[in-house]
Each structure stands twice: as C-alpha cells, then as structure tokens.
Design a protein. Structure first.
Length: 228
C-alpha cells in the first residue's frame, strides 16, 4: 500500500472520529475519549507525544532568560547567581537535576570529544574547574562571569586548551531524531493496526515518511478527538 493510499485512509478515519465526537443520542459519549486515550498512548510509545524531552536549544533559551541577573557568589536565583548556580538553576527550571558546584557538574551527562563538536546547551568546564559556561551555539556562551558583572551572552573566549571537559546533559538533535525513528518500529504495529492498514509499517514508504504520518496523526486525530 502506498503512502498516498495510507493518507486517504487517514482522511476517512478523521471523518469517523469527527462523527464520534459530535454529540448524538445514538453515540455513547465515552467513544471519543477512549479513542483519544488509545491514540495518545500509541503516540507516546512512538516518542512523538506533545511535551517531549528537553533539547539543547531549550537550555539556551532558559539561560537567556537570566541575562542581566547580577553575579553573586553562592547565588542561586534571579536576585543574584554565580556560574554553577546558573547552570543548576537553568537545568532545574527544565526539570533536570544537577549538582551545585562546578567540580560535580563536570561529571554530569556525557563528554563531548572536542569544542568543534559542541552543540547549544553543552556545558564547558574551564581547566581547574573554577568556572563553567553554557555553550549557546555560533561560537557564543552564556555565563555568570565574576563579581561586578551580570549573566551575559558573549563570544566564546575559551580555547580548547583552556577547557577541562565539555558535558552534554540532553541528547543531541541527531541522537533524538535517531531514537524517534527507531521508536517507530515498536509503535507502528499498534498505530497501523488502528488505521486498518495491517502490518507494522506502510510498505513502500521510508522511515521519514512514516514519521510524517505519525506527526499528522498527532496533530489531526488528537485535536479532533479532543472535541475541536
């Protein structure tokens, strides 16, 4: 079955779901919530449910919100913050637990081999473990520098020889994409079965096409099942 036929099948099922969510004396009101629940569970298993994992970009965006907060040694909030306090606070805001001091933060996540492989959201630890910064991408960093200064976004001034370790605390974009595609294998069986297509995939389509199919399911089916 081609992707075109599969999409036509989706359109038919969208119409059916819309009918289920339309109040009628002959249709039990529990039908639509049940459909929404089953779809949500299947999509969650596929790794495409809303409110997914934190990305490096999320870390950078959250760190940006602290720009202008004054440096205070030992500070941990918007009234004043130091370098490791900034890292811990930003990660905590995103639901990620992290230790308080640089020496311990230098061990979290996984190590990135070199500066040229750093991605937004990675943590750069200075040799001697006396300072830590958040890599913002495009050769820039966000950090709380020293007393008398404030959290700032600046050009990265650290050379590879000045960096003790680079830590990645969230999956890279490539790893997240690979995990999502890999997750399709286990979830496709239930999703495609619900579509009436049979099998664990749509023959003749690539993993990327099937990922688009799942995205359409999330945006189309769940919104209609919610009664929009």
């Amino acid at each position: 079955m081609s992707l075109t036929v599969a999409l036509e099948r989706i359109s038919d099922i969208q119409t059916q779901i819309h009918q289920l969510t339309t109040p009628a004396t002959t249709t039990p009101t529990s039908a639509a919530p049940a459909a929404a629940t089953s779809f949500a569970a299947a999509l969650d298993a596929a790794g495409t449910a809303p409110n997914g994992g934190v990305s490096g970009t999320d870390i950078v965006d959250q760190a940006r919100s602290y720009i202008g907060v004054p440096y205070v040694f030992g500070g941990e909030d918007r009234s004043g913050i130091d370098c490791s306090g900034l890292v811990q606070r930003v990660l905590a805001d995103l639901g990620i637990d992290a230790p308080r001091v640089v020496q311990d933060q230098a061990d979290i996540g996984v190590e990135v081999p070199s500066l040229d492989q750093a991605q937004p959201g990675d943590l750069l630890v200075v040799k001697g473990e006396g300072h830590i910064v958040i890599y913002a991408g495009d050769g820039k960093i966000i950090h709380a520098p020293r007393p008398g200064k404030s959290v700032e976004l600046v050009d990265n001034y650290l050379s590879p020889s000045e960096i003790s370790t680079i830590r990645r605390v969230v999956p890279s974009a490539d790893a997240a994409a690979s995990a999502s595609v890999a997750g399709l294998g286990g979830a496709n069986a239930s999703l495609m079965s619900m579509l009436g297509l049979g099998g664990s995939s749509v023959p003749g389509t690539s993993d990327s096409s099937q990922a688009q199919l799942l995205a359409m399911l999330r945006s189309g089916f769940l919104s209609q099942a919610a009664g929009q």
